[in-house]
Every structure is written in structure tokens, then in C-alpha cells.
Design a protein around this ligand. Structure first.
Ligand code: NDP
Length: 334
């Protein structure tokens, strides 16, 4: 399977190119960039055979089977629609699009075209999140009462660009991190938030967009989820907790791109460390995507998962703006 990268991005360079190459028979053939100079330098730096500025020309290459889209967020929709129209399988970065309608349109177009479409929600690919999900599904903590997600981090200097100063490119912590937290809650609890009540702030880094958000979500089971995202917290650390009638799960350092952190299960019998696989998150996501293309299972996060995480994030922003509790509109997602 040959890939085209759309976007000479940091995430592709740091994680996804190596994850593609870790799949047997997968290679990156082209990188598409808006800048011929940066695209050529990126291709040389990453051992990619060709760079181009013309997406349509790359999509016309019959050697390309799959496309990874990691441009700034406002470009995902037109680029994904073009790739789908060309019959390519698509792995698209989160948030899928700027609006829910565009995200739904992308996923429906992929269904009609019969191509595999996935969202790159890496956290549900981690051994830690999969272990926590299993504990919950096995009933080890009884009925879930609440979940707390701690995802207030410090945006590293090399990423302090469009994320903090360009609303038009999809900047802001809510499209950047709240989407991940929505996916984590849905993945671990197996249900979709109904309503959200949120606040957001610019706490030192955000220029024209929010850099911090806190919200509470109500779940159909009656469980409550609390989520905190930020770009401005150098020492907060990340984590999540799930509390049930028979036990609690404490996971620290697990809202990351690397396989790290610690999990403890606490019940009436005491505290038990929970082991988990330390496989690479992105390699697992690419492996699940490659299998789905071959008709074996689903991608780790499907297009509809991307629609739903975006729906929750949009509701969080709406609630923070209105000061009201808002219902999550999933746009008819199944
Ligand atoms: P980058 O800022 O590194 O890249 C985004 C775009 O910016 C690129 O497509 C490129 O445009 C342009 N660009 C890159 N470097 C430069 C530069 N030096 N000067 C001018 N323009 C530049 O973004 P990220 O890699 O951080 O994020 C890309 C996407 O991936 C986003 O949608 C983000 O939400 C998502 N993401 C997902 C993660 C995950 O774990 N799932 C983690 C990080 C990001 P061009 O297309 O012209 O090459």
C-alpha cells in the first residue's frame, strides 16, 4: 500500500511516517504541501520519493492507495473529499472538519465510495486506554458513576503557531484537545454524552482563541464526565479516573502520545497496579487501519467516531459561549 501525505506536518514527521512504515508493505510515496520549497525539504528529510503542490495530480497516481491528511483543520474537508472522490482510503486527523455538517458529508461520501475512512484518535490505540476500557466493560468497578479527564498540558514552543492564534485554521484547545477527550470518554464508557456545560478562557497563550476549557458532560447511563483541557499548564500532568460503585481506576500520565503512565485499580480488596501493553499508539492505529482496508475489522476510530468527538467539542464551545448547558447534536450519526 502506497501512501500520500497531505500536509508537511509535525505529527507526520514525529509519529505517523514511522507508523506507516512499520506496516509490512506500506511506504510513503508523496508529500503534498502548499509550499514547493518546504515540501521538497520535508521529502528529503523524511526519505519520501516525491513532493508536490498539486493534490489532484497526486490523487491521480494509481500507485497511491491511501492518503493521510494532517494539514491545518480548515483544509481537512476539501482534501478528504478530493481523496474520497479519487477512490483513496483516508486516514484523517482530528478534528475531522470545522463544522459537523462537513464531517458528516465526508463520512457519508466515504461510505458511498466504498473506501476505508478513519479518524486519527491515537489515545484509544494505547495499551493503557484499552486496559481501562476492559476493566470497565468487565464490571470490575461496578456501575460507573463518574469519569474525570485531566488533559491540561503545556503546548511546546514548536507548536505555538496556528493553534493559539488562528481561529480560521481551526485553532483553540477545544478543537485540538477536547475532541480527544470526547473520544476517550466514548471509548472507555461506551456511551455518547447527551449534554455539556462548559467554560473556556485565554489563560496566557491563546491569542484569538481559547487555550483552556473545563466542562461537565451528562451521559445516558446517568454517569457524569468532567474534562479539563489546556495549553498553558507546564506541571499539571495528565490522567484520567473512572469511579464506580465497586471500585475506582486511577490512571496517571496516560493522556499522551507515547506508551507511558501508570494505572491502579482500587476496590474493597485494596490497590492493584494494572499492567498494560507498551506498544506504539500510532503504529497500532495504522495497523488497525491497514487491517480494515483488507476487510478485517474496523479502524480503531472510524469516521463516525470522528464525527461524534467533533460534535461534543462543538457543544463544549457553544456552551462556553452561551453560558448555557447545551445538548450535543450528532448530526444524525449512527
Ligand atoms: P503543523 O503546524 O506541523 O502542520 C500543519 C500545516 O502547517 C502543514 O500542513 C503545513 O502546510 C504547515 N506547516 C508546517 N510547518 C510549517 C512551517 N515551518 N511554516 C509554514 N507552514 C508550516 O501541524 P501539526 O502536525 O501539529 O497538526 C496537523 C494536524 O494534525 C492538525 O489537524 C492537528 O489537529 C492534528 N494532530 C493530531 C495529533 C494526534 O495525535 N492525532 C497530534 C498533533 C496534531 P502544508 O500543507 O502547506 O505543508
Amino acid at each position: 500500500m502506497n501512501w500520500a501525505l497531505v500536509g508537511a506536518s509535525t505529527i507526520a514527521r514525529e509519529y505517523v511516517i514511522s507508523a506507516i512504515r512499520a506496516q509490512v508493505g506500506h511506504e510513503v510515496l508523496h508529500v503534498v504541501s502548499g509550499s514547493p520549497e518546504r515540501g521538497a525539504a520535508y521529502a528529503a528529510e523524511n526519505g519520501i520519493a516525491s513532493s508536490a503542490t498539486d493534490l489532484e495530480a497526486v490523487l491521480a497516481d494509481p500507485e497511491v492507495g491511501a492518503v493521510y491528511i494532517s494539514t491545518t483543520n480548515e483544509k481537512h474537508f476539501p482534501q478528504a473529499m478530493a481523496a474520497i472522490a479519487a477512490g483513496k482510503h483516508v486516514l484523517c486527523e482530528k478534528p475531522l472538519a470545522m463544522t459537523l455538517g462537513d464531517a458528516v458529508t465526508m463520512v457519508r461520501a466515504a461510505e458511498r465510495a466504498g473506501v476505508t475512512f478513519a479518524t486519527n484518535h491515537h489515545l484509544r490505540c494505547s495499551g493503557s486506554h484499552r486496559a481501562i476500557r476492559s476493566l470497565v466493560a468487565e464490571g470490575r468497578i461496578g456501575r460507573v458513576l463518574s469519569m474525570r479527564i485531566f488533559h491540561a498540558v503545556h503546548l511546546p514552543p514548536h507548536l505555538q503557531g496556528w493553534r493559539i492564534n488562528d481561529a480560521g485554521a481551526g485553532g483553540g484547545v477545544i478543537p485540538d484537545i477536547t475532541v480527544h477527550d470526547a473520544d476517550v470518554a466514548r471509548f472507555i464508557l461506551g456511551e455518547d454524552p447527551l449534554t455539556v456545560a462548559a467554560q473556556m478562557a485565554a489563560s496566557g497563550m491563546g491569542d484569538t482563541v481559547e487555550d483552556s476549557a473545563m466542562s461537565a458532560w451528562s451521559m445516558p447511563s446517568g454517569a457524569m464526565v468532567m474534562a479539563h483541557e489546556s495549553f498553558t499548564h507546564p506541571f499539571a500532568g495528565s490522567g484520567l479516573e473512572v469511579h464506580g460503585t465497586e471500585g475506582s481506576i486511577f490512571a496517571s500520565g496516560v493522556m499522551t502520545q507515547r506508551p507511558m503512565g501508570e494505572i491502579e485499580l482500587v476496590t474493597g480488596e485494596g490497590r492493584t497496579p494494572v499492567p498494560f501493553s507498551d506498544h506504539d499508539l500510532y503504529t497500532q492505529g495504522l495497523s488497525d487501519f491497514a487491517s480494515a482496508i483488507l476487510g478485517k475489522g474496523q479502524p480503531a476510530a472510524t469516521g463516525w467516531d470522528g464525527v461524534k468527538s467533533l460534535a461534543v467539542a462543538l457543544a463544549v464551545r457553544k456552551s462556553a459561549g452561551s453560558g448555557q448547558r447545551e445538548a450535543v447534536d450528532y448530526g444524525g450519526a449512527p
